[in-house]
Write a protein that binds this ligand. Sequence first.
Ligand SMILES: [Zn+2]
Length: 147
Amino acid sequence: MLRAFLAEHDAPCPICGYNLRGVMLDICPECECPIELGVSSSSSSLGAWLLALLSFAMPLSFDLLIGTMMTIGVIMSAGENPEGVFLMVSLVALTMVSVGMLWVLVARKRDWLRMARRKQWKLAWGFFVGVFVVHLLVGVGTFLIAR
Ligand SMILES: [Zn+2]
């Protein structure tokens, strides 16, 4: 099938760009990398999905670490500073949301890839900006309660 395809079509080598038309081998004659015939889809690109995943994975370790420290602090001080309680509740909630969203993104990866690419990127950037803004609001909220 590879030979039949290359007999009639121009196709650049994916590694060196050499035109493989008419090549009768299963390696590129220019760079000797193995070549094969395949079916691909522009929807299978994982870029937007990875951005969505990173939006929740990046702050997760921070939220988990600081959230745990705040929980210990709140227990030790018997919940006397309201800003500590606010920060603890916020970070524990953010940790749970992040874990939940990571689980949904991994479990429903196929559904994600079926969406139009434009929609994938819109959603991924929406997650990224949304997570940032929510963290900013938690910071501002903690500062305002502490004053
Ligand atoms: Zn090549």
